[in-house]
Design a protein around this ligand. Structure first.
Ligand code: URA
Length: 270
Protein backbone atom coordinates (compact mmCIF):
# COMPACT_ATOMS: atom_id res chain seq x y z
CA UNK A 1 0.00 0.00 0.00
CA UNK A 2 1.50 3.41 -0.91
CA UNK A 3 1.70 6.18 1.69
CA UNK A 4 -1.18 8.15 0.16
CA UNK A 5 -3.46 5.15 -0.37
CA UNK A 6 -2.76 4.01 3.18
CA UNK A 7 -3.61 7.51 4.39
CA UNK A 8 -6.92 7.50 2.53
CA UNK A 9 -7.64 3.98 3.77
CA UNK A 10 -6.91 5.17 7.30
CA UNK A 11 -9.24 8.13 6.83
CA UNK A 12 -11.99 5.88 5.41
CA UNK A 13 -11.65 3.51 8.34
CA UNK A 14 -11.65 6.22 11.02
CA UNK A 15 -14.56 8.01 9.28
CA UNK A 16 -16.49 4.74 9.30
CA UNK A 17 -15.88 4.15 12.99
CA UNK A 18 -16.68 7.82 13.63
CA UNK A 19 -20.05 7.33 11.96
CA UNK A 20 -20.72 4.48 14.33
CA UNK A 21 -19.99 6.82 17.24
CA UNK A 22 -16.60 5.26 18.07
CA UNK A 23 -13.48 7.43 18.48
CA UNK A 24 -10.74 5.41 16.82
CA UNK A 25 -7.14 5.69 18.01
CA UNK A 26 -5.13 6.77 14.91
CA UNK A 27 -1.98 4.88 16.05
CA UNK A 28 -3.94 1.64 16.45
CA UNK A 29 -5.60 2.18 13.05
CA UNK A 30 -2.20 2.70 11.37
CA UNK A 31 -0.94 -0.52 12.93
CA UNK A 32 -4.06 -2.33 11.69
CA UNK A 33 -3.53 -1.00 8.18
CA UNK A 34 0.09 -2.08 8.02
CA UNK A 35 -1.06 -5.64 8.78
CA UNK A 36 -4.00 -5.36 6.37
CA UNK A 37 -1.61 -4.18 3.64
CA UNK A 38 0.18 -7.54 3.67
CA UNK A 39 -3.10 -9.40 2.98
CA UNK A 40 -4.47 -10.24 -0.45
CA UNK A 41 -4.70 -7.27 -2.75
CA UNK A 42 -7.97 -6.12 -4.30
CA UNK A 43 -8.75 -7.36 -7.82
CA UNK A 44 -7.16 -5.28 -10.52
CA UNK A 45 -9.24 -3.22 -12.96
CA UNK A 46 -10.43 -5.26 -15.96
CA UNK A 47 -7.68 -5.96 -18.44
CA UNK A 48 -7.80 -4.03 -21.69
CA UNK A 49 -6.68 -5.58 -24.99
CA UNK A 50 -2.88 -5.74 -25.19
CA UNK A 51 -1.20 -2.42 -25.86
CA UNK A 52 -4.26 -0.34 -24.88
CA UNK A 53 -4.44 1.96 -21.89
CA UNK A 54 -7.71 3.42 -20.55
CA UNK A 55 -8.64 6.61 -22.34
CA UNK A 56 -7.88 9.50 -19.95
CA UNK A 57 -10.84 11.79 -19.46
CA UNK A 58 -10.30 15.15 -21.18
CA UNK A 59 -8.79 17.78 -18.87
CA UNK A 60 -11.38 20.23 -17.59
CA UNK A 61 -11.95 22.18 -14.40
CA UNK A 62 -14.08 20.26 -11.88
CA UNK A 63 -16.80 22.91 -12.10
CA UNK A 64 -17.00 22.38 -15.88
CA UNK A 65 -17.67 18.69 -15.36
CA UNK A 66 -20.48 19.47 -12.92
CA UNK A 67 -21.91 22.05 -15.35
CA UNK A 68 -21.71 19.49 -18.17
CA UNK A 69 -23.52 16.94 -16.03
CA UNK A 70 -26.20 19.52 -15.21
CA UNK A 71 -26.87 20.39 -18.83
CA UNK A 72 -26.75 16.74 -19.96
CA UNK A 73 -29.21 15.79 -17.21
CA UNK A 74 -31.55 18.72 -17.90
CA UNK A 75 -31.78 17.71 -21.57
CA UNK A 76 -33.19 14.27 -20.68
CA UNK A 77 -36.93 13.69 -20.69
CA UNK A 78 -37.10 10.00 -19.84
CA UNK A 79 -35.27 7.48 -17.72
CA UNK A 80 -33.95 5.80 -20.89
CA UNK A 81 -32.47 9.10 -22.09
CA UNK A 82 -31.01 9.77 -18.67
CA UNK A 83 -29.42 6.30 -18.47
CA UNK A 84 -27.84 6.84 -21.89
CA UNK A 85 -26.59 10.30 -20.88
CA UNK A 86 -24.99 8.93 -17.71
CA UNK A 87 -23.31 6.10 -19.63
CA UNK A 88 -21.96 8.59 -22.19
CA UNK A 89 -20.67 11.04 -19.58
CA UNK A 90 -16.89 11.06 -18.98
CA UNK A 91 -16.73 13.42 -16.01
CA UNK A 92 -16.11 10.86 -13.27
CA UNK A 93 -12.46 9.92 -12.72
CA UNK A 94 -13.72 6.49 -11.57
CA UNK A 95 -15.15 5.52 -14.95
CA UNK A 96 -11.87 4.48 -16.61
CA UNK A 97 -11.31 1.70 -14.04
CA UNK A 98 -14.80 0.18 -14.34
CA UNK A 99 -16.39 -2.52 -16.48
CA UNK A 100 -19.82 -0.91 -16.38
CA UNK A 101 -21.79 2.22 -15.58
CA UNK A 102 -24.37 1.17 -12.98
CA UNK A 103 -27.49 3.33 -13.19
CA UNK A 104 -30.68 1.74 -11.87
CA UNK A 105 -32.73 -1.41 -11.51
CA UNK A 106 -36.40 -1.92 -10.76
CA UNK A 107 -39.69 -0.45 -11.81
CA UNK A 108 -39.61 2.77 -13.83
CA UNK A 109 -41.89 5.32 -12.17
CA UNK A 110 -42.01 3.33 -8.92
CA UNK A 111 -43.44 5.18 -5.90
CA UNK A 112 -40.37 4.28 -3.82
CA UNK A 113 -36.80 5.06 -4.81
CA UNK A 114 -33.93 3.45 -2.90
CA UNK A 115 -30.62 5.30 -3.23
CA UNK A 116 -27.37 3.64 -2.17
CA UNK A 117 -23.73 4.62 -2.19
CA UNK A 118 -22.37 3.15 -5.39
CA UNK A 119 -21.50 -0.09 -7.14
CA UNK A 120 -19.21 -2.75 -5.67
CA UNK A 121 -17.43 -5.54 -7.53
CA UNK A 122 -20.53 -7.60 -8.38
CA UNK A 123 -22.54 -4.54 -9.41
CA UNK A 124 -19.68 -3.41 -11.66
CA UNK A 125 -19.58 -6.89 -13.21
CA UNK A 126 -23.34 -7.14 -13.82
CA UNK A 127 -24.05 -3.43 -14.47
CA UNK A 128 -26.91 -3.41 -11.91
CA UNK A 129 -27.13 -1.88 -8.43
CA UNK A 130 -27.32 -3.96 -5.27
CA UNK A 131 -26.85 -7.43 -6.71
CA UNK A 132 -24.13 -8.67 -4.33
CA UNK A 133 -24.59 -9.92 -0.74
CA UNK A 134 -25.65 -6.51 0.54
CA UNK A 135 -28.14 -6.28 -2.31
CA UNK A 136 -29.66 -9.63 -1.39
CA UNK A 137 -30.15 -8.39 2.18
CA UNK A 138 -31.60 -5.12 0.85
CA UNK A 139 -34.13 -7.10 -1.21
CA UNK A 140 -35.15 -9.04 1.92
CA UNK A 141 -35.45 -5.82 3.93
CA UNK A 142 -37.64 -4.23 1.27
CA UNK A 143 -39.68 -7.42 0.89
CA UNK A 144 -40.45 -7.35 4.62
CA UNK A 145 -42.50 -4.17 4.09
CA UNK A 146 -44.05 -5.11 0.74
CA UNK A 147 -41.50 -3.48 -1.57
CA UNK A 148 -39.76 -5.11 -4.52
CA UNK A 149 -37.88 -4.17 -7.68
CA UNK A 150 -40.63 -5.85 -9.71
CA UNK A 151 -43.64 -4.08 -8.20
CA UNK A 152 -42.99 -0.76 -6.55
CA UNK A 153 -39.32 0.14 -6.05
CA UNK A 154 -36.55 1.59 -8.19
CA UNK A 155 -32.98 1.18 -6.94
CA UNK A 156 -30.10 3.48 -7.79
CA UNK A 157 -27.00 5.10 -6.23
CA UNK A 158 -25.44 8.51 -5.65
CA UNK A 159 -22.38 7.37 -7.65
CA UNK A 160 -22.50 5.30 -10.85
CA UNK A 161 -18.95 3.90 -10.97
CA UNK A 162 -17.16 1.52 -8.61
CA UNK A 163 -14.42 3.21 -6.56
CA UNK A 164 -11.13 1.29 -6.28
CA UNK A 165 -11.04 -1.13 -3.32
CA UNK A 166 -14.68 -0.15 -2.66
CA UNK A 167 -13.61 3.01 -0.82
CA UNK A 168 -16.22 5.70 -0.21
CA UNK A 169 -16.79 7.98 -3.20
CA UNK A 170 -15.01 11.32 -2.75
CA UNK A 171 -16.89 14.65 -2.75
CA UNK A 172 -15.83 15.50 -6.32
CA UNK A 173 -16.96 12.06 -7.54
CA UNK A 174 -20.35 12.59 -5.91
CA UNK A 175 -20.63 16.14 -7.23
CA UNK A 176 -20.42 15.08 -10.88
CA UNK A 177 -23.17 12.47 -10.39
CA UNK A 178 -25.50 14.73 -8.41
CA UNK A 179 -27.24 16.47 -11.33
CA UNK A 180 -28.16 13.04 -12.72
CA UNK A 181 -29.43 11.85 -9.34
CA UNK A 182 -31.68 14.91 -8.99
CA UNK A 183 -32.92 14.57 -12.58
CA UNK A 184 -33.80 10.92 -11.96
CA UNK A 185 -35.89 11.97 -8.97
CA UNK A 186 -37.58 14.69 -11.06
CA UNK A 187 -38.33 12.33 -13.95
CA UNK A 188 -39.59 9.40 -11.90
CA UNK A 189 -41.33 11.45 -9.15
CA UNK A 190 -41.18 8.91 -6.30
CA UNK A 191 -43.46 9.46 -3.30
CA UNK A 192 -40.57 8.72 -0.98
CA UNK A 193 -36.86 7.98 -1.03
CA UNK A 194 -35.00 5.49 1.16
CA UNK A 195 -31.35 6.55 1.55
CA UNK A 196 -29.43 3.31 2.19
CA UNK A 197 -26.37 4.25 4.23
CA UNK A 198 -24.49 7.26 5.48
CA UNK A 199 -22.93 8.27 2.16
CA UNK A 200 -26.21 8.73 0.24
CA UNK A 201 -28.01 10.17 3.28
CA UNK A 202 -25.34 12.83 3.81
CA UNK A 203 -25.02 13.59 0.10
CA UNK A 204 -28.77 13.89 -0.56
CA UNK A 205 -29.45 15.92 2.56
CA UNK A 206 -26.25 17.96 2.29
CA UNK A 207 -25.36 17.31 5.92
CA UNK A 208 -22.38 16.05 7.87
CA UNK A 209 -24.62 14.32 10.44
CA UNK A 210 -23.83 10.60 10.65
CA UNK A 211 -26.22 7.82 9.71
CA UNK A 212 -26.69 6.69 13.31
CA UNK A 213 -28.30 10.06 14.04
CA UNK A 214 -30.17 10.31 10.72
CA UNK A 215 -31.68 6.81 10.78
CA UNK A 216 -35.19 6.56 12.17
CA UNK A 217 -36.02 10.11 11.07
CA UNK A 218 -37.87 11.62 8.12
CA UNK A 219 -36.04 14.32 6.17
CA UNK A 220 -36.72 16.16 2.91
CA UNK A 221 -34.93 16.34 -0.44
CA UNK A 222 -35.45 19.76 -2.00
CA UNK A 223 -35.38 19.83 -5.78
CA UNK A 224 -35.21 22.72 -8.24
CA UNK A 225 -38.60 24.30 -8.70
CA UNK A 226 -39.55 23.76 -5.07
CA UNK A 227 -40.55 20.09 -5.28
CA UNK A 228 -39.86 18.22 -2.03
CA UNK A 229 -39.58 14.46 -1.52
CA UNK A 230 -39.55 12.74 1.90
CA UNK A 231 -36.26 10.93 2.60
CA UNK A 232 -35.84 8.08 5.10
CA UNK A 233 -32.22 7.26 5.95
CA UNK A 234 -31.51 3.64 6.95
CA UNK A 235 -28.36 1.72 7.87
CA UNK A 236 -26.59 0.29 4.84
CA UNK A 237 -27.24 -3.46 4.40
CA UNK A 238 -23.47 -4.10 4.14
CA UNK A 239 -23.13 -2.57 7.62
CA UNK A 240 -25.94 -4.81 8.88
CA UNK A 241 -24.13 -7.86 7.51
CA UNK A 242 -21.12 -6.88 9.63
CA UNK A 243 -23.20 -5.87 12.67
CA UNK A 244 -26.25 -8.18 12.80
CA UNK A 245 -26.96 -6.90 16.33
CA UNK A 246 -28.20 -3.68 14.68
CA UNK A 247 -30.96 -5.51 12.78
CA UNK A 248 -33.64 -4.82 15.40
CA UNK A 249 -33.08 -1.06 15.03
CA UNK A 250 -33.11 -1.49 11.23
CA UNK A 251 -36.42 -3.32 11.53
CA UNK A 252 -37.93 -0.47 13.57
CA UNK A 253 -36.79 1.97 10.88
CA UNK A 254 -38.44 -0.16 8.19
CA UNK A 255 -41.69 -0.31 10.13
CA UNK A 256 -41.69 3.49 10.37
CA UNK A 257 -41.15 3.69 6.59
CA UNK A 258 -43.99 1.21 6.04
CA UNK A 259 -46.40 3.40 8.04
CA UNK A 260 -45.34 6.59 6.26
CA UNK A 261 -45.46 4.89 2.85
CA UNK A 262 -49.06 3.82 3.49
CA UNK A 263 -49.95 7.35 4.58
CA UNK A 264 -48.36 8.69 1.38
CA UNK A 265 -50.52 6.36 -0.72
CA UNK A 266 -47.83 3.83 -1.71
CA UNK A 267 -49.28 0.46 -2.66
CA UNK A 268 -47.23 -2.04 -0.65
CA UNK A 269 -48.07 -5.16 -2.58
CA UNK A 270 -44.70 -6.94 -2.54
N1 URA B 1 -23.83 -0.89 -2.13
C1 URA B 1 -24.42 0.23 -2.60
O1 URA B 1 -24.51 1.22 -1.87
N2 URA B 1 -24.90 0.22 -3.83
C2 URA B 1 -24.83 -0.83 -4.63
O2 URA B 1 -25.30 -0.76 -5.75
C3 URA B 1 -24.22 -2.00 -4.12
C4 URA B 1 -23.73 -2.02 -2.87
Amino acid sequence: MTESSSESALKALTDWWGEMGVDADPAAMKAYLSVAATGPSAPAAPALPQGQTPAPRPTRAATDWVAMASSAAAACNSLAELSAAIAAYDGSPLKAGCQNTVVFDGLEGAPVMVIGEGPGAEEDRQGKPFVGRAGQLLDRMLGAIGLSRQSNALITNVNYWRPPQNRNPEPGELAVCRPFVDRMVELTAPKLIIAAGGVPAKALLDTSTGIMRLRGTEKVLKLRGGRQVPVFPIMHPAFLLRRPQEKSRAWRDLQMIEQRAKALGVNLGG
